[in-house]
Design a protein around this ligand. Sequence first.
Ligand SMILES: Cc1ncc(COP(=O)(O)O)c(C=O)c1O
Length: 382
Amino acid sequence: MFSLPYSKLPNIGLTIFSEMSQLAAQYNAINLGQGFPDYPMDDNLIAAVNKAMQDGNNQYTHTNGYPLLRQKLAEKVAELYQTNVNPETQITVTPGGTYAIYSALTSFLLPGDEVIVFEPAYDSYVPNIELCQAIPVFVRLEAPDFQIPWQTVREKISPKTKAIIVNSPHNPTGSVLSAQDMETLTEITRDTSIIVILDEVYEHLIFDDKKHESLLRYPELLERGFACFSFGKTYNCTGWKLGYAIGGEALMKEFRKVHQFNVFSCFTPTQVAFAHFLDNKSAYLELGKKMQAKRDFLLEKMKATEFEPLPSFGGYFQCYQYNGERKETGIELAKIITQEKKVTTIPVSAFYHDGGSPNQILRFCFCKKEETLEEAAWRLSR
Ligand SMILES: Cc1ncc(COP(=O)(O)O)c(C=O)c1O
């Protein structure tokens, strides 16, 4: 009989997302836990993928990504962020943003290297680091604003620091980096060999006239870093799993070595479709406004509940502080609300490796139909 000699990720079990989704299904609850839209994506984009297939784009494409798509992405970046990136050497198309982050980390991390991770954190970062036998060094972001405490970052940087991973707009809190943050990041990493990874999958989901501070606006950071993106988040097609990384030339050369032997190339028809669909600029330029309307709709409807909103300036999520009488921890509270009110959320404490401090803060996903949000708020107000 085979017995497993060891696990490379001994502490990883069922994620909170799977656990809460199972509970949502069991109690027939409205699932505002996981971050995906419950409304249809653009039919024209579906038609463009069908056409790409019918036109015969069904074999492996270039390992770095369909060339026209990379060229169009470079044009988009030049216009949005006033940065010239070379599509031949700096852009690689990946099966989603998560994979781009994984490849960026595994291209460089050696056992014992340290990576600065801000918590609450998207759940893939730490396992990615641990798979390389590297060490996550945690810096806590605190409610209500979840701003980066740069002095703590300075104190945690050591000769072993290999990378810093940042996410803006931020999941789960909706905080966004400012120009001042980017300048501090540039200054802190100057004259070091630290690699900066900026998870920008919510690049276009930004509200209240905030400006997205992409890594691509900062040439010094781009040279020492990777910006990771997701078509799934921008075009309401999270199930298509397509994204891309843009990085400094020297870094991207190493990234591609891992990429080549991991996936070789990504699904061709969607790449062909996006290469043409990117000409439709309003699809991404108007996204922030549309998503802000959803956030505002939820904020309005939730006024009648025991939940107080925290600031959210971008992404798919709005966090709420529970102000009712229950004393349970965030995880227990989220489960009770699923069972009793039939609304499922994710506790923000689950995004900290040790359960975190803001333990009655719950994350609500608002990229849902208005009727879904209205029904959820009504159930919570009863
Ligand atoms: C912060 C963050 N990064 C990356 C991803 C994943 O992007 P993709 O689906 O393209 O892998 C998500 C998805 O929820 C996310 O919230």
